[in-house]
Design a protein around this ligand. Structure first.
Ligand SMILES: Cc1cc2nc3c(=O)[nH]c(=O)nc-3n(C[C@H](O)[C@H](O)[C@H](O)COP(=O)(O)OP(=O)(O)OC[C@H]3O[C@@H](n4cnc5c(N)ncnc54)[C@H](O)[C@@H]3O)c2cc1C
Length: 526
């Protein structure tokens, strides 16, 4: 298979540079009224720190990978610096590239990855696996002190569909495939994975597995970790290959140990996933609820009745009021109340049957159908909102998102606790919007979007607010992350969630698999 040419993201913005836009007029008016406009262009002409690794070491690696795949030029290293959280963007925008790797190395196979790890161990070089670079938790900002250098292990050349089993309905994919690339390869086989996080256009199969990502259709297809049936990894101690049966009782499920391991235990070189037949029909629609509480209760009713659609999400009153569920129309006329989006994917008969059953339940408990138009509008703009963040940063508005999850009985306390913490930290006029993004029988995930006028030091402003929100999450006993992973940003709260003994287990696994600690030092494990 030939390598797919991929568009690189702008180093200090989200997504395809060609799709970068100014604020839409409706949003601009709203922003001017609420926060005022304060143009803050990003620095374009920034200096990348010189590569600090001994060229003789790289020459050795070039012998294995080919010189064209061991890169030290500034442009390449800048593109592999950090991820895409707002703090990452603020640092990049201000010209802080202190986390730039010394080199970017591009293996083409499992054996190449293993060879890079052998080399890294031998010379004590830190290695940061790089998939799509969409981390929002500092997962790519590894510690470099004490190492002979730090290299970004870029999986961009590992983009093959290795195997399809139409009988078992599984497919084995290489880690560097971005969402659309993986879907295109599967579509040619009449199949789909159905994993659509908002970062779908850039994030990769390896990254989904390494972070335990969850997509917008998780109610129907499942979160990514639920889709994985097998994994292959290269570690400094050798190969790990897991997934000999769909389920097993052969001790603890080690697949779960490596899912979410964020490059700290090994490099994922192949992922076997459960796949579905391409849906013949996709249908999305809108519902209006008088309040967030009533909409959430409706979601719980559906989940506990085993009646979840493929997509289900509910915006709170504030998010509905500014139309965030419909990025084309932010600041425009909203429906009032709370907007819910439901979506159905599958064979027409199955779609019709599920839709009828869901409609009957929702109408019976106070939901008002808004028809297909709001659903189609959400589906059309579902990957656009991240571009808005850059436009807002450009006019001096600090904007960021965070997510968590809890059981239904604690949802109200979590919602109130996070909102209060963010508002108290960021001050009067803070906009805190929320939606329920993922739903289970036992609970749900809350996803917050926050906006406030940027202070002079907007990075410090956000880090203080985020710490306050994380403290509030921990106090309620909710998870520090439902799908964004731990990275470096959530590390201080991990032991509150899994206990000191839990952290010690992770350290022991790391010590066994990566005794010299070259893999993503400082990421995941406190
Ligand atoms: C705008 C935006 C929207 C987002 N929306 C969602 C969403 O809806 N749902 C969601 O779950 N997440 C979302 N995210 C977060 C992010 O996209 C996910 O965490 C994603 O799974 C990361 O994939 P990636 O390929 O970009 O990984 P990267 O960012 O490249 O890496 C993430 C971490 O995994 C490690 N890693 C990457 N590849 C491998 C590998 N092959 N082997 C071992 N370790 C590896 C890296 O070292 C790093 O620690 C969003 C992010 C942004 C910026």
């Amino acid at each position: 298979m030939t390598m797919v040419e991929q568009t690189e993201m702008h180093p200090s913005r989200w997504g395809d540079p060609a799709r970068a836009t100014a604020l839409p007029d409706t949003a601009r008016g709203l922003i001017e009224m609420v926060f005022g406009l304060d143009e803050r262009p990003a620095l374009e002409d920034v200096k990348v720190p010189a590569s600090a690794i001994d060229p003789a070491l790289l020459a050795e690696l070039a012998g294995t990978l080919g010189a064209e795949h061991v890169l030290t030029d500034d442009a390449t290293r800048r593109l592999r610096t950090r991820g895409k959280s707002t703090p990452d963007l603020l640092r990049q925008r201000s010209g802080d590239l202190s986390d730039a790797p010394d080199a970017v190395v591009r293996p083409a196979s499992h054996d190449d990855v293993a060879a890079v790890l052998d080399w890294a161990v031998q010379h004590h070089v830190a290695v940061v696996p790089f998939g799509g670079g969409t981390s929002v938790t500092g997962g790519l900002a590894a510690r470099r002190d004490g190492f002979a250098g730090l290299v970004s292990l870029d999986l961009i050349r590992m983009k093959r569909l290795l195997e399809v089993d139409h009988t078992s309905m599984t497919a084995t994919l290489e880690p560097g495939l971005r969402g659309p690339e993986a879907e295109a390869l599967l579509e040619a086989e009449g199949l789909t994975l159905g994993h659509y996080p908002q970062s779908f256009e850039y994030a990769t199969i390896g990254g989904f597995a390494a972070t335990r990502s969850s997509g917008q259709s998780s109610a129907g297809y499942g979160r990514f970790d639920a889709l994985v049936v097998g994994l292959r990894l290269a570690t400094p101690r050798g190969e790990v290959s897991l997934g000999s049966a769909p389920a097993n009782a052969a001790g603890p499920d080690l697949r779960q140990l490596f899912l979410g391991s964020e490059g700290a235990f090994g490099v994922i070189t192949a992922v076997t996933v459960r796949v579905r037949r391409l849906p013949a029909q996709k249908l999305y629609e809108g519902w209006r609820w008088p309040s967030f509480v009533e909409g959430a209760a409706a979601m719980r009713t559906l989940a506990q009745a085993g009646l979840l659609p493929t997509v289900i999400r509910l915006s709170d009153e504030s998010e509905t009021a500014i139309n965030l569920a419909r990025p084309d129309e932010i600041g425009g006329q909203s429906t009032g109340g709370c907007m819910m989006i439901t979506g159905y994917e599958g064979e027409p008969d199955a779609v019709a049957a599920k839709r009828a059953a869901v409609t009957s339940v929702l109408e019976g408990i106070g939901g008002q159908s808004l028809g297909e138009e709001p659903g189609a509008s959400w589906a059309k703009g579902r990957f656009d909102a991240p571009y808005l963040r850059d436009s807002l940063l450009d006019v001096g508005v600090l904007v960021e998102t965070l997510e968590t999850a809890t059981f239904w009985s604690d949802m109200d306390a979590l919602y109130d606790g996070v909102k209060t913490a963010l508002t108290e930290s960021l001050g009067e006029g803070t906009m805190v919007l929320c939606h329920i993004s993922h739903v289970y029988e036992t609970g749900c995930s809350l996803y917050f979007t926050v906006a406030q006028k940027a202070a002079e030091d907007s990075l410090a402003q956000w880090l203080a607010a985020k710490a306050a929100a994380c403290d509030a999450i921990t106090e309620v006993g909710a998870t520090i992350t439902h799908h964004h992973a731990v990275g470096t940003d959530h590390k201080p709260w991990l032991s509150a969630e899994i206990g000191d003994l839990g952290v010690s287990v992770l350290r022991a696994v790391k010590a066994d698999l990566d005794p010299t600690g070259v893999l993503n030092p400082g990421v995941l494990i406190p």
